[in-house]
Ligand binder design. Structure first.
Ligand SMILES: [Zn+2]
Length: 450
């Protein structure tokens, strides 16, 4: 009997995992706003956005995007919010949805989609942020105390956005309503997968599109498309979506009507350029909010270790050999893309030459070519040792992503077993005295594995 018991036990263990694989329950997080307040806030914010961007009024194009959006929003996972979909004339690759349902898609994103399922994927992802109420949940977490005193319901009469703006949580440069956490990103990918699947679109195309943007960001250097700065990669998006698909009943998936998408992309190309095109409705932020803290955290991966300010985070796009270290406030919206205004970029690239001086020269020339406002600071190149390897420091000035400011770019290069190690330390000139200590500390802490 005893023996049988043990065998039975093994059987349960062996079959256990099949039962354990269940779909994650996704529910909105802690929120001091009511769903009605989400709707009201979204209406006010949408009115503000529409004053500042150019809404496309081409009937065929708006019907097309609206049609895909409606189909996705009719799935039960999207909740009961009054969704709407508008096209914004803007060549940057972006889309965003405000609390309660108003969604906006840039023409640049429509042009970048390879098939209709990718276009639908972005909308399904945005719808998921709305359904899970991520925007107001983030404001709740950041401003709980003030909100508990302010949001008693008396505010329902109007002006919710104005009150949030006073708390610094409105549609400002680093709006909590639009910049999501990695955790919110995973959730929106998961719920987006379910919405896509039920609408017949291949959910993997959603993840594939995001990973494509990540790969393009990597090859373009400093500029991150606004979409990626608002929706930071939770990593391995395609794998996560594939895992979720396995938990759902098998279905036939489609990439949608590609011929139709191509026709709409043709319409995008022929749209007249509106007067107020590509205005960024979010202003540049205040660099002081991005200042490094004195506490540090450790980074250790792929043979590289260093410490960095505890209030900054590591932003790594895809499988890139390059990482950005900055606070969210250090990433500045500038003409539809996001740029590092305060922080560091660290990576290893192929060395053009075995001589450090020569490969550094080639690398700096390349940077100067891509950044037209960059110029020598007049400071002489300095040589020193970085983790026991010969290293060089060069300092440049350029135009800061923060409006009207000059930027200091300290560029360190060093010999590395895999090529040329580089570290670009970026700060507005007026902030340099606040940044210098943290930058020195980062440099001194660098260690290469050997
Ligand atoms: Zn997102």
């Amino acid at each position: 009997m005893r023996r049988l018991g043990i065998i039975a036990c093994f059987l349960v263990l062996a079959t256990g995992p099949a039962y354990a694989q269940k779909q994650r329950v996704l529910k909105p997080g802690w929120n001091l706003f009511s769903p009605q307040q989400d709707v009201q806030l979204g209406k006010e914010a949408a009115a503000e956005v529409e004053k500042q961007v150019a809404i496309v009024d081409n009937r065929e194009l708006t019907d097309y995007i609206g049609g895909i959006g409606k189909k996705l929003a009719s799935q039960p996972e999207a909740g009961q919010f009054p969704y709407s979909f508008k096209v914004v004339y803007d060549k940057s690759i972006n889309a965003f949805a405000l609390p309660g349902g108003p969604a906006f898609v840039h023409t640049g994103l429509i042009s970048a989609a390879e098939n209709e399922a990718q276009m639908a994927g972005v909308l399904a992802h945005e719808i998921s942020h709305v359904a899970l109420r991520h925007g107001t949940s983030q404001v709740t977490k950041a401003q709980a105390v003030q909100l508990m005193f302010g949001l008693g319901g008396s505010l329902l009469g109007g002006g919710l956005l104005g009150q949030l703006a006073q708390l610094g949580a409105g549609l400002g440069a680093n709006s909590l309503l639009l910049k999501f956490s990695r955790n919110a990103e995973s959730e929106a990918d998961l719920l987006g997968t379910r919405i896509m699947a039920k609408s017949g679109y291949d959910p993997v195309e959603m993840a594939r599109f995001f990973e494509k943007l990540e790969a393009e960001e990597k090859s373009s250097g400093r500029s991150i498309p606004q979409f990626l700065s608002d929706h930071p990669s939770p990593g391995n998006r395609v794998k996560a979506v594939e895992a979720e698909i396995k938990l759902m009943p098998a279905r036939e998936y489609s990439k949608g009507d590609t011929a139709r998408l191509q026709r709409e992309q043709g319409i995008v190309k022929s749209l007249p350029v509106p007067k107020k095109a590509n205005t960024d409705f979010r202003n540049a932020g205040n660099p002081a909010t991005a200042r490094p803290s004195a506490q540090t955290k450790q980074y250790r991966s792929g043979g590289l270790a260093f410490s960095y300010p505890a209030n900054w985070e590591i932003i790594q796009q895809g499988q890139s050999n390059e990482i950005t270290v900055a606070s969210r406030e250090g990433i500045v919206q500038s003409n539809g893309s996001a740029e590092i205004g305060y922080g560091a970029i660290i990576g290893v690239r192929q060395a053009s030459n075995s001589d450090l001086e020569q490969s550094t020269k080639d690398y700096l020339n390349q940077i100067l070519q891509n950044n037209k406002t960059m110029q020598q600071s007049g400071q002489r190149q300095r040589s020193f040792q970085l983790s026991g390897a010969p290293a060089l420091l060069n300092v440049f000035y350029s135009q800061s992503s923060y409006q009207g400011q000059r930027e200091v770019d300290a560029i360190i290069t060093a010999r590395h077993p895999q090529g040329l190690f580089y570290m670009i330390l970026i700060s507005p000139e007026a902030e340099y005295s606040h940044a210098q200590g943290a930058f020195d500390q980062m440099i001194q802490s660098v260690q290469f594995a050997r």
